[in-house]
Structure formats: structure tokens, C-alpha cells
Design a binder for this molecule. Structure first.
Ligand SMILES: C[S@@+](CC[C@H](N)C(=O)[O-])C[C@H]1O[C@@H](n2cnc3c(N)ncnc32)[C@H](O)[C@@H]1O
Length: 363
């Protein structure tokens, strides 16, 4: 590549240039936010403070770590970063000689391990080196094609999950934790749809079955099937009113009166989605059947709370899934019309990650 001389001017005399220089450093070290927080989640720091019932000093926190000789200086530096990012509070109003006290914020409360709606498993999964390694292959995938994850590991994400029980378990638990806080919104947001529905509802790619279990619990007249790959349903707990069925959605989907997907179609390129949707049409037992898609709608210029995270998730899908992507409303409509669904209804849910319910009717 030929090089041209680039004149950047004197960074010390040009405030805009200095600001841009600082931005490069901020981007360079942006990963330290994520990984400092990961270390705090691994160390259960929020749980330690929560169990104590009030803010704690560094030495008190250190004494509760599962370690005979923790490095308190290192811990202090991680906590300084996390206080700066509003993950923990610090009370510096101690009398001289007393140690400062660290407390929880709402952000760290979401990361308490024992909390019913804990996001800790999700955070640990999606920041795991197994997941992040694929990111180092993005530029070569852009140049040569192929999926970054496959370049890194010589197999697809789902193949790896089928062969490596530890990876499978980590992903299923992390995904279930990401899904759990959204379920109330799904159950309530689609109240009319579920209460008026009769028959069998199949959750395709339902993971360990949390969503269908919650739906059947709220609407016990629904017969629930959780359908996923055999190694996934093999690890799922039993839930009243839910039958687990192992299989491959590219081969056959169990017969259903309606089919629901949550965060499944975004894992796949349009071509694969068309194959899955074709199997849905075969599986729907009657003309009244429908497909209910609970998934993200991407707003490229959105200023909403989750719009940055959605763009990040889109890149995550690019790195780790074969052809996976977040779709705009127009892209969803195009895909479903191409799959032969003539009637669509999109209802945004007041919930995390810009989730919507997209109903698609084959007639
Ligand atoms: C992103 S996860 C979503 C899990 C769940 N629906 C949720 O929202 O928590 C995608 C799911 O699709 C499943 N899956 C992948 N390939 C599949 C296939 N060929 N047939 C059935 N399920 C599949 C995965 O095992 C995984 O549980």
C-alpha cells in the first residue's frame, strides 16, 4: 500500500487533536472496564458486600475472598476503576486512619450471583476467553470470508457446544440468565396472545426451557414443548406442563399450534432462517397456526438505553455465529415475507435489549 505523508500538526497546540489523541487511548483501554468488572464478578465482590449488609473496607472484603493471602493493593486498584465506573460506591468520609468503605450500586446489584435475576452468569459467559478469542479473527474474516469463531476453533459455535460439555453448560446458563429478566415482559406483553391461545406451543431453540416454563406457569391451559438440540435439553431441568424434545430445527420441528422463538433467528443468516421457517410451516398443524418471534429490532441511529448494546450484540453474532445478525424492522419484514408469511404484527416490548414480539401468520 502506498503511503502519503499525513500531517497531524502539533498535538500540544491543537485542542481538537489532543482530544482525538485521548480518544484513541480511551478506546485502547475500553476493554479494561469490561475485564475489571469480570474480575469483580469472578471474585464475588458484590456478594461479599451484600452479605455483610453494609459498606465494607478493602481489608474486610479481602478477608472474605477465597484466598489465604489476597493482594489487597491490586484489589484496591480494581475497585478504584469500578468506583469510577459507578459499579461500586466509596465513602471517603471516614475519620483519619479509618479505611474507606465500598458499597453497592444498582449496577453491582444486577451482578449478585445469588439474585434470582442475576446477570452474573451472562457476564461471565460473554466475556469468557472462549468467546472473545473469535474477535481476533474478525479482520481476516472480512478479508477472506468465513466466521471468526470457526477460524479460531476449526468448528462452529454450535458444533463446539455439542462436543464440549463445559462450553455447552457455560453458554446455556449464561443465555438463560440473559433471558430471565425479559420473561415477565414477554408473558405480560403478549397476554392477549397467550390467553386466547389453545393447544401446543413449541419453543424452538428454547435452551434449557426457562421461557416456555414461565409461559405455561402463567397460562396453564397451554401445552408447552421445549425443543432444542439433544445435548441442550439433556441438561434442562424439568418444569410442570413442559415436555423437552431434542432434535434439529433444520431437519424437523415438532407439530404445533404455534411456534415461538426467542433470540434464535438472530443467530442465523437469512438463508438458514428461511430453511427454519419452512420447517415451521410444515410443523404448524392448522391454518390458524402462527410463528411468534421474540427478538431484537436494530435501530442503527437509535438513542435508546439499549441501542449501543444491540449494535455490540450484532458484532458478537458476527464473530461467534455463522451469519448471525440483528435485523432492522424492514429486514425482519423482508425475511418473513420471503418465507411466505403474508401477515405480520410487530409489538415492541417495554423490556431490555429492544425486544419485540413479531407475529407471523402463514395465511
Ligand atoms: C441464543 S440461544 C437462545 C436460547 C433461548 N431461546 C433463550 O432466549 O434464552 C439459541 C439456541 O438455539 C439452539 N440451537 C442451535 N442450533 C439448533 C438446531 N439446529 N436445532 C434446535 N436448536 C438449535 C441452541 O442450542 C440455543 O439454545
Amino acid at each position: 500500500m502506498g503511503s502519503k505523508e499525513i500531517v497531524l500538526g502539533n498535538v500540544n497546540e491543537d485542542a481538537e487533536l489532543l482530544k482525538a489523541h485521548a480518544e484513541v487511548y480511551n478506546h485502547l483501554f475500553a476493554y479494561t472496564d469490561t475485564l475489571a468488572l469480570r474480575s469483580a464478578v469472578e471474585l464475588h465482590i458484590a456478594d461479599i458486600i451484600h452479605s455483610h449488609g453494609q459498606p465494607m473496607s478493602l481489608s474486610q472484603i479481602a478477608s472474605k475472598l477465597e484466598s489465604p493471602s489476597p493482594d489487597v493493593t491490586c484489589l484496591a486498584r480494581v475497585m478504584r476503576m469500578l468506583v469510577r465506573k459507578n459499579i461500586f460506591t466509596v465513602d471517603c468520609n471516614q475519620s483519619s486512619g479509618e479505611e474507606v468503605l465500598y458499597g453497592l450500586t444498582n449496577i453491582s446489584r444486577w451482578l449478585l450471583h445469588d439474585h434470582e435475576l442475576s446477570l452474573a452468569p451472562m457476564f461471565l459467559t460473554f466475556t469468557h476467553p472462549w468467546i472473545i478469542n473469535a474477535w481476533y479473527e474478525i479482520s481476516s474474516s472480512i478479508k477472506e470470508g468465513g466466521t471468526p469463531f470457526e477460524k479460531a476453533y476449526g468448528q462452529s459455535f454450535w458444533e463446539r457446544a455439542s462436543k464440549d460439555p463445559e462450553f455447552n453448560n457455560m453458554f446455556n446458563i449464561g443465555m438463560a440468565a440473559a433471558t430471565k429478566p425479559t420473561l415477565d415482559a414477554v408473558v405480560k406483553g403478549y397476554k392477549d396472545g397467550f390467553s386466547g391461545f389453545k393447544g401446543t406451543l413449541v419453543d424452538v431453540g428454547g435452551g434449557i426451557g426457562r421461557m416456555i416454563a414461565k409461559i405455561v406457569k402463567a397460562y396453564p391451559h397451554i401445552k408447552g414443548i421445549n425443543f432444542d438440540l439433544p445435548h441442550v435439553v439433556g441438561t434442562a431441568p424439568q418444569y410442570p406442563g413442559v415436555t423437552h424434545v431434542g432434535g434439529d430445527m433444520f431437519k424437523e420441528i415438532p407439530t404445533a399450534d404455534a411456534i415461538i422463538f426467542k433470540s434464535v433467528l438472530h443467530d442465523w443468516a437469512d438463508e438458514e432462517c428461511l430453511a427454519i421457517l419452512k420447517n415451521c410451516k410444515k410443523a404448524l398443524s392448522q391454518e390458524k397456526g402462527k410463528v411468534i418471534i421474540v427478538d431484537v429490532i436494530l435501530h442503527a441511529d437509535g438513542k435508546g438505553l439499549f441501542d449501543d448494546a444491540v449494535i455490540g450484540c450484532d458484532l458478537w453474532l458476527m464473530a461467534d455465529c455463522v451469519g448471525g445478525k440483528e435485523r432492522t424492522e424492514d429486514e425482519w419484514k423482508k425475511l418473513l415475507i420471503e418465507a411466505g408469511f403474508t401477515h405480520l404484527k410487530i409489538t415492541p416490548l417495554p423490556t431490555i435489549m429492544s425486544l419485540s414480539i413479531i407475529e407471523a401468520f402463514p395465511q
